[in-house]
Design a protein around this ligand. Structure first.
Ligand code: HEM
Length: 406
């Protein structure tokens, strides 16, 4: 058995042990203790301390989100490269500031309040179906369904296309895994091309019929910005739409599924929620902290800098381990305990600083409505078969959670 120190010093994202996907947290604890700013064989750094993550997130002048240098060698001039280097999440100020302002309009409290009745109706519909069948796959028939419908509504994308959107999205986000294979690059690029032509049609229809109801409000706002000419180019418009469709669904699916799994395997916490449904809000925060849907963000040092005693040369890439920061005992009492009553839970599941998740309020609203209705309507809900985890490293979630309601 290798000792803890050598596990920490040999940790390499490109060669992960087989038990990492299901439970990476013991590795993060070992790294935090023995090598919190760990240099990996490719020269990049893996950070697991809460305070280090916050200081990187909060200093975009030193820590860039721009990925052109990093993605070029693996992605070449592909459509996948075009997408990931145009979307706002991978841009720095001032371009990021300009694009972020345009997004802000989509996430006002009024815009989110407008979505609430729709979210309630969607959730009721999935639960009606489950009631008829007596069972459901809690991912396929629930956690996946809701976020994709909501984000498609924001852009006014028709229901008939939602399965294609899911597949494109998975292929594009798959292109962000630590190791990019040729197959994954090609699949990702094809998906970007399909997505662009789908959106061009959608935008054409929207222009021809600009007042076609509440659905698609966000697309209309982005189109207006593009027509203004100075705020958004056509290519930027397309890639922000693709990004929104991607950012808003797999993440939220994972949040819903991770929490459902945790509650259904932790009787004590589930019964607390049954006894006091008002705990749903702190429960969502705890799910986000305890099993974060996005596990990694990245930044590149624009100048020589340091993190604690470690000197980081300009040009270095850092991996921000959100799962590591969110289990840091310096920041959270008993971090490995899932406690839906936890207070002062300032987790990093949505990042921090200028790029903090623009959809965090929406995700929380979806979580509150989904959990409240699911657990109150089906108090006997339980897992009824083997669960299947998604094999991703950057995104943590499940592909299947078979459930029975009786
Ligand atoms: C539980 C669900 C979600 C999680 C865990 C999550 C997580 C994150 C994280 C960690 C970032 C920061 C990336 C970075 O700093 O490099 C981010 C950015 C972003 N997210 Fe989310 N997200 C979720 C849901 C959503 C939803 C529902 C939407 C929209 C419909 C959304 C839209 C965005 C956007 C637009 C950005 C880019 C912000 C920027 O670069 O300024 N997210 N998200």
């Amino acid at each position: 058995m290798p000792d803890q120190k050598s596990i920490a010093h040999n940790f390499d994202l490109a060669k992960l042990p087989s038990d990492y996907v299901a439970n990476p947290y013991p590795y993060f604890a070992t790294l935090r203790q023995h090598a919190p700013v760990h240099r990996m064989p490719d020269g990049s750094y893996f950070l697991t301390r809460y305070d280090d993550l916050v200081s990187v997130y909060r200093n975009p002048k030193v820590w860039s989100s721009d990925k052109k240098i990093e993605f070029k060698p693996a992605m070449g001039d592909s459509a996948l490269y075009e997408h990931h280097t145009t979307s706002l999440v991978f841009r720095d100020p001032p371009d990021h500031t300009r694009l972020r302002k345009l997004f802000q309009a989509a996430f006002t409290p009024r815009a989110i309040a407008n979505l609430e009745p729709r979210i309630e109706k969607l959730v009721d519909g999935y639960l009606d179906k489950a009631e008829d069948n007596g069972q459901l796959d809690l991912v396929e028939d629930f956690a996946f369904m809701l976020p994709v419908e909501v984000v498609c509504d924001m852009l006014g994308a028709p229901s008939s296309e939602r399965n294609s959107i899911r597949d494109w999205s998975q292929a594009i986000l798959g292109g962000l895994e630590p190791v990019l294979t040729d197959g994954a690059r090609e699949k990702g690029s094809e998906a970007v091309d399909h997505f662009k032509s789908f959106l061009r049609d959608l935008i054409r229809q929207r222009r021809a019929n600009p007042t076609s109801g509440e659905s698609g409000e966000v697309l209309s706002a982005l189109i207006e910005a593009e027509e203004d000419g100075e705020k958004l180019t056509e290519l930027e418009l397309l890639h922000q739409c693709i990004f929104l469709l991607n950012a808003g669904h797999e993440t939220t699916t994972n949040m819903l599924a991770n929490g459902i799994h945790e509650l259904l395997t932790n009787e004590e916490q589930l019964s607390k929620l049954h006894q006091n449904p008002a705990l749903v809000e702190s429960c969502i925060e705890e799910v986000l902290r305890f099993d974060s849907p996005i596990q990694l963000n990245n930044r590149r040092a624009l100048e020589d800098t340091e993190l604690g005693p470690v000197k980081i040369p300009a040009g270095s890439k850092v991996h921000l381990s959100i799962g590591g920061g969110n289990r840091d005992p310096e920041r959270f009492d008993e971090p490995d305990r899932f406690d839906i009553e936890r207070t002062n839970n300032k987790h990093l599941a949505f990042g921090a600083g200028v790029h903090i998740c623009a959809g965090n309020t929406l995700a929380r609203v979806e979580g509150r409505i989904a959990y409240s209705k699911l657990f109150s309507r089906f108090p006997g809900l339980h897992l009824s078969g083997p669960v299947v985890r998604s094999p991703r490293i950057r995104f943590k979630g499940f592909s299947n959670l078979p459930g029975s309601i009786r």
